[in-house]
Design a binder for this molecule. Structure first.
Ligand SMILES: Nc1ncnc2c1ncn2[C@@H]1O[C@H](COP(=O)(O)OP(=O)(O)OP(=O)(O)O)[C@@H](O)[C@H]1O
Ligand SMILES: [Mg+2]
Length: 491
């Protein structure tokens, strides 16, 4: 079997630093084998369990400090694995390895002697053109894939989550994603969605996202944008249901000065603002017939016409639309244009409801609890077994959005070390009574309670701060907390 990494034989002296109690100690060792992922060293005088720093004395290079841990040790010999807090060090190490490789015979992966020829090893098939500038990237992808294959059976959902985020940040180079845009889930249904996002992101196709309320439609649209060539250009979201019909046209397409009373200056529409980027049209089912026609025209000739303008202007915008309406039913009733549906439907992503995502609700609950933070509640350790069971069994009609609210509620309401089902209103009693608000005033109370809980959680339960967030007085906040039976955490 071939190795996963290019390893060279060497005799490099190196210093190893590690903490012993509170003292920093140093040992001089010899690096016998070196690769990008680790080394074999000799000369350690005793067993080290703590992380170490290795600084090999490279003949022609500056000082490099490699963070590592000992993975195997036998007498004075040890195998260590490197960690790279940042990747700037890798090219330096690679320079050394490249030089050492030039005087080494045989494939550095499997030892096969390939003679003079070929860019790939005749035996193990690994790519061997070390001078290729893209070699390192290629190498990382290959070793990463090989490692995954080797460990497939031992992976747990949390590992998968880490792998997905590694693919995004390291391989697809999606940097600086807002933490609010993290996509959590490892159920087969959601992995299918990830795979569709990746496939369609790099194209310029219009995408239609379907899914129940709170399933992550906007998150999906943003994920498509972030993974596309347009990622450095704007991602503009417009909720077609939230803007009154009369204003939506001006909002989307802009207007010319004097187009109507009150149009004192020319206004850019969202299409123009999103030029080069992505326009996310949420709740597309609420678009009026007039605007449906205008959107269709845009999809046909990529031109937008401001209200009151005599001619159109070309804009380069990718359309991602979403709805939780039954568009087919609307087409049958004649309230949604078939031709527009046909254009938007070039690629459809159907988001599965949370109840069909296996263990994801538990993963999401733990994720959001960590994100909300246990600050202000030093005693809170997580969810009780009963709470985890309740999270698994609940049907989540409001999907991820509802789950976030319940976790937030649980974090605020928990009195002990663990969040219990009743803290999240997931106990049988509250569920069977039917806590999902149905009347308008129930919905308003529920929304108010959620706002108070959110303000408290994000303000570390400091009343004055939470009141400021809500822009109400402290007494009003106390009154609301009393009304909704919200108690401050016992520290
Ligand atoms: N898989 C997920 N991982 C992490 N967060 C998620 C996930 N899915 C949704 N969310 C979060 O849940 C919330 C609701 O998601 P989003 O707004 O994208 O849903 P939606 O389908 O657009 O909802 P609505 O129909 O109510 O507009 C957001 O805060 C989003 O970041
Ligand atoms: Mg939405």
């Amino acid at each position: 079997m071939s190795r996963l990494d290019v390893r060279v034989k060497t005799r490099l002296p190196a210093s190893v630093y590690f903490l012993s109690g509170v003292d920093q100690r140093e040992e001089t060792v010899t690096v016998n084998e070196l690769s990008l992922s680790g080394a074999l060293i000799e000369g350690l005088s005793f067993e080290i369990k703590e992380p170490i720093t290795i600084s090999p004395k490279f003949p022609n290079l500056g000082k490099i400090e490699l963070f590592a841990e000992v993975v195997r040790a036998n007498n004075s010999r040890a195998a260590v694995r490197f960690y790279y807090p940042d990747r700037t060090i890798i090219p330096m190490l690679w320079d050394y390895l490249l030089e050492a490789l030039s005087s080494q015979e045989g494939c550095p992966y499997c030892g096969h002697n390939n003679g003079a020829g070929g860019k790939s090893c005749g035996k193990c098939g690994n790519y061997l053109d070390f001078k290729d500038a893209a070699y390192l990237d290629r190498h990382f992808v290959n070793t990463f894939t090989a490692r995954i294959k080797g460990r497939q059976n031992r992976l747990e959902s949390e590992h998968l989550q880490r792998i997905i985020s590694f693919i995004d940040t390291e391989l697809l180079n999606i940097q600086g994603q807002s933490p609010d845009r993290e996509f959590v889930g490892t159920s087969p249904a959601l992995l299918d969605v990830f795979s569709m996002i990746r496939k369609v992101a790099r194209t310029d196709m219009s995408v239609l996202i379907l899914g129940e309320s709170g399933t992550g439609k906007e998150l999906t649209a943003a994920a498509i944008h972030e993974r596309s060539e347009r990622k450095r250009k704007p991602f503009i979201a417009v909720n077609c249901a939230a803007i009154p019909e009369g204003l939506l046209e001006a909002e989307l397409f802009g207007y010319e000065k004097g187009a109507f009373t009150g149009a004192y200056a020319t206004k850019l529409g969202k299409f123009e603002i999103a030029d080069g980027g992505t326009l996310f049209l949420d709740e597309i089912g609420d678009l009026s017939p007039g605007l449906q026609a205008k959107l269709l025209r845009f999809l046909e000739d990529r031109t937008v016409e401001k209200v009151g303008a005599k001619s159109g202007r070309k804009v380069d915008v990718r359309i991602v639309a979403a709805t939780n309406c039954d568009l087919n039913g609307m087409i049958e009733k004649g309230s949604f244009r078939h031709d527009l549906f046909f254009r938007l439907n070039a690629f459809t992503i159907k988001l599965p409801p949370l109840r069909e995502r296996g263990e994801d609700p538990v993963l999401l609950a733990k994720y959001f609890l960590k994100k909300i933070g246990l600050a202000g509640k030093s005693s809170l350790k997580g969810f009780s077994e009963a709470a985890l069971r309740a999270i698994r069994e609940y049907s989540w009609p409001g999907n991820v959005r509802e789950l976030i609210n319940k976790v937030r509620r649980g974090a605020v309401m928990a009195g002990g070390e663990f969040i219990e089902p009743c803290d999240m209103e997931l106990d049988r009693q509250t569920i069977t009574i039917g806590k999902e608000p149905t009347t308008f005033s129930d919905k308003v109370s529920e929304a108010k309670k959620d706002l108070v809980l959110e303000a408290l959680a994000t303000s570390n339960f400091v009343i004055a701060r939470a009141a400021r967030v809500l822009r109400i007085s402290r007494p009003s906040l106390y009154a609301l907390m009393k009304k909704y039976e919200i108690k401050l955490p016992s520290q």
